[in-house]
Design a protein. Structure first.
Length: 362
């Protein structure tokens, strides 16, 4: 007998006769749950109940109950058992909703957080510049005394120039003009808003650190939580990052430069967002490409460990990366001498020459 599963039930068939059946509940959620289990390659309880009596099956998933067969089972129709197409549509909608919910993992929250951090950084720069210009009409010397969040917090807490000078505990002969109460209130409101933005940035930094230690601990330990979160954002999630080759990880964030190189033959980029790591941007220019290449290879291993296995590889990866950096610094202690002018054509000229030769062959 043939073991067959359709979206509305499981059947044991001999020819076109149904010897036994186990129909699914007529509820979209119950049917969607069984369809999801089939997609994952699992065996349903109804199939385990009827399977021992089968000799043939239609799916490799059920190979334990018989050999594969290509028998047509068009005679099994849902209408004959009281199941409507509308019920199937509702069940597939439930299945799609469940699949969508499963796709939203913690790595996507990290992606949104790091993008929000970038937005808050841009807002901080704009608001701080506006606050310095506005409050500088009243007390321009404060910009040389306090900066960043301390500048905004002092104005938000003290307000007027006299109160700020008293809080600083020093004497200043300011060149600023007097300010009316209503104007000062508006400036203080702006300063308080800027202080809130600074606090939100610090809270997001703490969240990213905790989230990366939970979701991608190897990447966080190797690249740092912020750079690791940016890599997840650029790749589109931990799953996609784990499947990228090391050469692609090395150039994440340098897509425009890569397209420009392919288009007009300009120099190829050596690194993308990895340049923000101190070991790369503090290295001499002639060593950065090799260090970024080694860094991309270690990030690829860390991403695969975080996504597939969850093993703690970061101590060994960090040590191996440091050893590789030492080898690069030794092998590339000095920059390579540049060829004499006119010794060979430029990359751009060679690209044009290849295009001309290819046109000539046509």
């Amino acid at each position: 007998m043939l073991l067959v599963t359709r979206w509305f039930g499981t059947f044991l068939c001999e020819g076109e006769e149904i010897r036994a059946s186990r129909l699914f509940p007529k509820e979209p959620a119950a049917i969607a749950q069984r369809l999801a289990a089939i997609q994952r390659g699992e065996v349903l309880a109804e199939e385990r109940e009827l399977g021992p009596r089968a000799r043939e099956v239609l799916e490799p998933r059920l190979r334990a109950y018989g050999r594969l067969s290509r028998t047509a089972v068009g005679f099994l129709t849902p209408e004959a058992h009281g199941y409507s197409p509308e019920l199937f549509r509702e069940a597939t909608l439930e299945l799609a909703k469940a699949a969508t919910r499963r796709q939203v993992g913690s790595d996507l929250h990290i992606t949104q957080a790091v993008r929000s951090l970038d937005d808050l950084g841009a807002a901080t720069n704009l608001l701080s510049e506006r606050l310095r210009e506005w409050y500088g009409l009243h007390f321009p010397e404060l910009e040389n005394i306090r900066a960043g969040r301390a500048y905004a917090d002092l104005i938000a807490e003290r307000g007027s120039r006299d109160a700020v000078i008293a809080a600083l505990g020093a004497q200043y002969d300011s060149l600023g003009s007097t300010i009316q109460e209503r104007d000062l209130n508006a400036v203080v409101t702006l300063a308080r808003s800027l202080s809130e933005v600074y606090r939100a940035r610090e809270a997001l930094d703490r969240y990213l650190e905790r989230a990366m230690e939970t979701t991608a601990p190897n990447i966080a330990a190797l690249a740092g939580p912020v750079i690791g979160a940016r890599l997840l954002s650029l790749a589109g999630g931990l799953k996609r990052l784990a499947r990228l080759p090391a050469s692609t990880i090395q150039l994440l964030g340098a897509e425009r430069a890569m397209f420009r190189h392919l288009k007009d033959g300009s120099p190829a980029p050596k690194h993308g967002i990895l340049y923000q790591h101190p070991l790369i941007h503090q290295a001499p220019p002639w060593q950065r490409g090799a260090i970024a290449r080694a860094f991309g290879a270690k990030i690829a291993l860390a991403a695969r460990a975080d996504y597939y296995g969850g093993a703690k590889l970061s101590p060994g990866l960090t040590e191996a990366f440091q050893q590789r950096i030492a080898e690069i610094r030794k092998a590339h202690a000095a920059p390579k001498p540049r060829p004499a002018r006119g010794a060979r054509p430029s990359q751009r000229f060679r690209g044009k020459a290849r295009r001309y030769r290819s046109r000539g062959r046509r």
